[in-house]
Ligand binder design. Structure first.
Ligand SMILES: [Zn+2]
Length: 107
C-alpha cells in the first residue's frame, strides 16, 4: 500500500474525527469560493488597468492618430491639443448666451 496515501487518509480521518464533516465541507466550500473568486478579481483588476491605460491615449482631432502621454501637440501633424480643448469651454456668463424670443400673434 502507498505510504503517503495512508498518512493522508489518517490525517483526513483525524480532521473529520475532531472537527466533524461540517468543518470539512465548509473548508472545501471556502477553497472553491477562493478558486472561483480570484480569477474574477484578477479579470476585474486587468479591466481597470486597461481602462486607465486607455485614458492615457489621446486621439488627434485633426489627423486621427493616437498618442501616449500628456503631449500638447500632435506628433504627426503638429496640431495643438490645447486649442481644441479651449474651443470646448463654454462662456461663464449664462445671460449673454440666452436667446430672446419675441411672442408673435398667429392669425
Ligand atoms: Zn494629428
Amino acid at each position: 500500500m502507498n505510504k503517503s496515501l495512508f498518512t493522508y487518509s489518517i490525517i483526513s480521518f483525524l480532521i473529520i474525527f475532531f472537527f466533524g464533516f461540517n468543518f470539512l465541507f465548509s473548508l472545501l466550500g471556502n477553497i472553491l469560493i477562493l478558486l472561483f473568486l480570484t480569477p474574477i478579481l484578477l479579470i476585474g483588476l486587468a479591466f481597470l488597468k486597461i481602462n486607465s491605460f486607455k485614458s492615457k491615449f489621446k486621439v488627434c482631432t485633426n489627423c486621427g492618430s493616437t498618442m501616449m502621454g500628456d503631449s500638447k501637440s500632435c506628433l504627426y501633424c503638429g496640431s495643438n491639443f490645447s486649442e481644441f480643448e479651449n474651443n470646448k469651454t463654454y462662456s461663464e456668463n449664462a445671460s449673454s448666451e440666452t436667446i430672446e424670443i419675441e411672442a408673435e400673434e398667429i392669425n
